[in-house]
Design a protein around this ligand. Sequence first.
Ligand code: ACO
Length: 333
Amino acid sequence: MNLMDRIKSSAAKHKKRIVLPEGNEERTLKAADIVIDEGIAQIILLGDKKQILSRAQKHELKNIEKAEIINPLDHPNKKKYVEMMVDIRKNKGLTSAEAESLIENPLYLATLMIKAGDADGEVAGAINSTGDVLRPAFQYVKTLPGISVVSGAFIMIIKNKELGEEGIFVFADCAVHPDPTESELAEIAVATAATTRAIAGFEPRIAMLSFSTMGSAKHPMVDKVVNATRIAREMSPDLQIDGDLQADAAIIEKIGQSKAPDSPIAGKANVLIFPNLECGNIAYKLVQRLADAEAIGPVLQGMAAPINDLSRGCSVNDIVNLVAITVNQAAGK
Ligand code: ACO
């Protein structure tokens, strides 16, 4: 069984409720139909029930009638959510009138449903930007204890099974935080270790990437990676982590042995942490396109509840996969 099939079959064992705020969007509806059919999750669609059911009928999506469909303009718990919003954002001066308007936005409603325990996770972004999906989550669901920064990991499946974990790597941050400080970078490493265990299903060996290996270059950017490695070790003493490491020294045994002979990670890394979002985002896209790798994600990590953001170019299959991943995150697996 391949990794994605394992993730889906694990999801089917949990009865998790996943809210899809873009309920009337065609790819989302088709994905919801598959998810319900395969028992991957219980689906909550946000949108106008009549419109959703008629679109489902047009595309012969027979399972959509089994989804819960909620109209954001008319939610029975609207008053409760507005009170929660005002309470959570009281320091930011949010008024009831502002909250009443925001809660009619499906992206806000979805996060409030999760906050209130009325849903276990969310997948959105087929028609909304990353910022629009993440902002409500940052504001109302917030981060896990001990983590201040949300980041995005990709599970990269490459053809060469001799590298990484039999051809599988986890890359982060490739999606969210443009320029992390050294302690934020350490948090990203710790959060990625948890994602690796929960979703990829193996024990992480983390390389903190740089343009320097074990001090071969002197620069404040290298210092940031060295300090982040130290902080990550302090945060999680059992972590198998090392840096600064160049990408080749991190993943190629021979080069690792020659550039960093004393490193337990050099040449064996299966998790790559990039020093900033420019590196991470560019690297994952290049590996995906040049090495014809499969890129699963971004899996958002560090959030107090699983909320995942799709690319607007996503396929139906991408949505199904991300729902399955979200279920596994919700199950704390
Ligand atoms: N983790 C946790 N909280 C955060 C984070 C983060 N990474 N970033 C912002 N926040 C919080 C802020 O503290 C703030 O909280 P507050 O309102 O309680 O004070 C709130 O979120 C809003 O903060 P802003 O700085 O106003 O956030 P903004 O909405 O401007 O930016 C965003 C957040 C959109 C994620 C921004 O960092 C961004 O654009 N990142 C890049 C996303 C991107 O384009 N990725 C590449 C494409 S994705 C792909 O290719 C797969």
